[in-house]
Design a protein around this ligand. Structure first.
Ligand code: GDP
Length: 193
């Protein structure tokens, strides 16, 4: 994958605004603050492309980035932030689920989970929903640099069990060290081509 040409395309706030479905797409999802922006920046090798720790609570769209002529990377709004009003959460869910269920060019969803956390119900719901809807996904457990090797494996196993994920399916990642980046690129490549 060639990440030398990456550009921000647009922010989509309603289905009507989606760009023409001309390139394969990969969507990135995760709870607020999970490390999604850091992961995307590390993956693309661009420090400030996606704003890290952008203030949650504001209306956020689906942020489209174009990677060369190869694919669109779609940064979905973070979920699970308690302070966002319920009505806004529902709007987000509506837009996101409609997008995920209907986008013909969507190849897979990268679901990012903090390796330090216990399995969270919102993540379980997302994994289950993706399975029910036959949408391929790649689970990524991030921030692994924050745990020792032993704890890392213990926590990874706990998340695997909690979300019914086979260990060979998921990727361990660190936006700090770059560990797991090659694995993620290989996994993405297998879906995009
Ligand atoms: P987002 O809200 O999901 O986009 O999360 P951010 O990318 O803004 O990250 C939230 C916080 O976690 C920031 O302070 C990041 O610097 C930190 N962070 C994200 N990924 C990692 C990682 O892999 N390792 C470490 N040590 N910190 C991380």
């Amino acid at each position: 994958m060639d990440f030398s040409k990456v550009k921000f395309l647009l922010s989509v706030h309603s289905i009507k605004q989606l760009p023409a479905a001309e390139l394969p797409e990969v969507a990135f999802a995760g709870r607020s603050n999970v490390g999604k922006s850091s992961l995307i920046n590390k993956l693309l090798g661009r420090k400030g492309l996606v704003k890290v720790s952008a203030r949650p609570g504001k209306t956020q769209g689906l942020n489209y980035f174009q990677v060369g002529e190869q694919f669109y990377l779609v940064d979905l709004p973070g979920y699970g932030f308690a302070k966002v009003p319920k009505a806004m959460q529902n709007d987000w869910q509506g837009l996101i689920s409609t997008y995920l269920q209907n986008r013909s060019t969507l190849k897979c969803v990268v679901v990012i989970v903090d390796i330090r956390h216990e399995p969270k119900s919102q993540d379980t719901q997302l994994f289950d929903w993706l399975r029910v809807n036959n949408i391929p996904f790649i689970p990524v457990y991030t921030k692994i640099d924050k745990l020792s090797g032993n704890e890392r494996m213990k926590n990874a196993t706990r998340l695997d069990k909690g979300h019914s994920i086979h260990p060979s399916q998921r990727i361990l990642f660190s936006a700090k060290s770059g560990q797991g980046r090659d694995d993620l690129i290989a996994a993405l490549a297998s879906f995009v081509w």
